[in-house]
Design a binder for this molecule. Structure first.
Ligand code: GLP
Length: 248
């Protein structure tokens, strides 16, 4: 895993957007895997400001969706991807794949989502955030390396952390449909973004603990092309050895 440490969230957004636009300029980006949540928001804002139509024919694949929320609910990830990424970049709805977590048959919805990503040619660049407990997508601790897109139960900590996106904590769904670890690992390259001191321990386990289901992001150590961009606060618990690999 390569690491780049930047000053703050604004710098994170600039570097994140640059990486994405560079991949596009290199002809290496047809399908962009998108994370939701607070961390990538600055990256998506920068992209919207700078893309100038260059990403309009990219396809988007979301990581996850809450089970049971209507797609047009303000807290759904379908809404997040539409408002923050697809619409600002001019990407039409038919080029956006989100696991359909309102489906009666979640297993079939998971299989359909994987098929859609395969049909699109697979994810070229996957943007990831990280949960305070080391989750990626909604792969909570306990998620194994061979897991595929599936329905999962959210950890209480995750529900509490995400309550800020809902009117009340009780409204946060208890389940989600998420890409699995093995699904995420199929992306050709990965850009993991981390910001703020709340992520410092999670980032340290992701980069420095032996890969294990206790810290699902640590499975990323087995991927050949991962760039971690962290602000100083999120990088605060990393060892000197990780920091000595700094590219910038
Ligand atoms: C959610 C999402 C993840 C995201 C994580 C961190 O649980 N499923 O994809 O990375 O939260 O979110 P934030 O960036 O808001 O801290």
């Amino acid at each position: 895993m390569h690491l780049e440490v930047v000053a703050d969230d604004a710098a994170l957004g600039r570097v994140g957007a640059e990486r994405i636009l560079q991949a596009r300029a290199d002809g290496a980006l047809q399908v962009l895997g998108v994370a939701t949540g607070g961390t990538p928001a600055s990256t998506y804002r920068e992209l919207a400001r700078r893309a100038d139509g260059r990403l309009a024919d990219v396809r988007l694949a979301a990581l996850d969706e809450y089970v049971g929320l209507p797609a047009d609910h303000p807290g759904s990830y379908t809404t997040f991807v539409r408002r923050n990424i697809a619409e600002p970049l001019g990407i039409p709805p038919e080029h956006v794949a989100v696991p359909r977590a309102t489906a009666h048959d979640l297993e079939a919805a998971a299989a359909l989502f994987e098929q859609q990503v395969r049909d699109a040619g697979g994810v070229d660049l996957q943007i990831l955030g990280i949960g305070a407990n080391g989750h990626i997508g909604f792969n909570e601790p306990g998620s194994q390396a061979d897991s595929r897109t599936r329905a999962v139960t959210l950890a209480e900590r995750t529900r509490q952390d995400n309550a800020r996106f809902f009117d009340s904590p009780d409204e946060v769904p208890r389940e989600a449909l998420t890409q699995g670890i093995s699904t995420i690992m199929q992306a050709r390259s990965i850009l993991l973004l981390a910001s703020g001191s709340r992520k410092a321990d999670a980032l340290a386990c992701a980069m420095e603990q032996p890969p294990s289901a206790d810290c699902p992001a640590s499975w990323l150590q087995r991927h050949p092309h991962v760039l971690v961009v962290a602000d100083r606060a999120a990088a605060a618990a990393l060892s000197r050895q990780s920091l000595s690999s700094l590219r910038a």
